[in-house]
Design a protein around this ligand. Structure first.
Ligand code: PEP
Length: 256
């Protein structure tokens, strides 16, 4: 069974003191937790402080975004190496807010994925369709384009360490979740694309998370689905109790 991965994306929330306090609560709430792989993705400006708080705990830390260049005249950006040196082990890539609010392209996602791998970060590549695309029956087409573009030129051995997060855009921050069956179908489709690109064995080893209004009330049901290998949690990760409850649901699932 693939190890479940429960990740919390804090987005543009938490001042330094609040971020430290949340990290301390997670440290206390998740001490001794075994089973799922756990990580939080704080804003980059507090990443090193959060990483310091969480050192030696089961909770890893990741960046929400990186630039694909190693350095240079890119005002406001951070490189994969910078994120790593600040304590990140992971980075989100192509989150829907990056794609749809900031115009990030499939080509950038691909360059960022390669840059993250080169720097030794675990990339979490986000894909997913908008409501309009779903209503137009274009979910598979969109997801296929995003997955294939993201992994263009990536070798199997490297792909094995990449996590894919399927996040239907219409379910992010809206309180709506995709039905378990619809989610499972898209996860199976993504895995078939990965198998086509990297072979069945690699595709089976890769984790595909679900993201979109995951919360304590629906975590166990989502995680019980075949092929859902964890959750990428936004809003519900901003509160230690709700994030810990989701991790506990995953730990329970991991034991079944
Ligand atoms: C996200 O930001 O990746 C996300 C899934 O957000 P939410 O859980 O708030 O829908």
């Amino acid at each position: 069974m693939r190890k479940l991965a429960v990740f919390g994306n804090w987005k543009m929330n938490k001042l330094l003191g609040e971020a430290r306090a949340l990290a301390q609560s997670l440290k206390a709430g998740l001490a001794g937790t075994t089973g799922p792989e756990i990580a939080v993705f704080p804003p980059s400006v507090v990443l090193s402080a959060v990483a310091r708080e969480l050192r030696g705990t089961p909770v890893g830390v990741g960046a929400q975004n990186i630039h694909y260049e190693p350095g240079g005249a890119f005002t406001g950006e951070i490189s994969a190496e910078m994120a790593r040196s600040a304590g990140a082990q992971y980075t989100l890539i192509g989150h829907s807010e990056r794609r749809h609010v900031f115009g990030e392209t499939d080509q950038w996602v691909n360059l960022k994925l390669k840059s993250a791998l080169e720097a030794g970060l675990v990339p979490v590549v986000c894909v997913g369709e908008t409501l309009q695309q779903r209503e137009d029956g274009a979910t598979r087409e969109v997801v296929q384009r995003q997955v294939q573009a993201a992994f263009e030129g990536v070798e199997s051995a490297q792909a094995a360490g990449v996590i894919v997060a399927y996040e239907p855009v219409w379910a992010i921050g809206t309180g709506k979740t995709a039905t378990a069956q619809a989610t499972q179908e898209v996860h199976a489709f993504i895995r078939s694309l990965l198998a086509g690109a990297f072979g069945e064995e690699t595709a089976q080893a890769m984790r595909i998370q679900y993201g979109g209004s995951a919360k304590p009330a629906n975590a166990a049901e989502l995680l019980a689905q075949e092929g859902i290998d964890g959750l990428l949690v936004g809003g519900a990760s901003l509160d230690a109790d709700s994030f810990c409850a989701i991790v506990t649901a995953a730990a329970g699932q991991a034991q079944q």
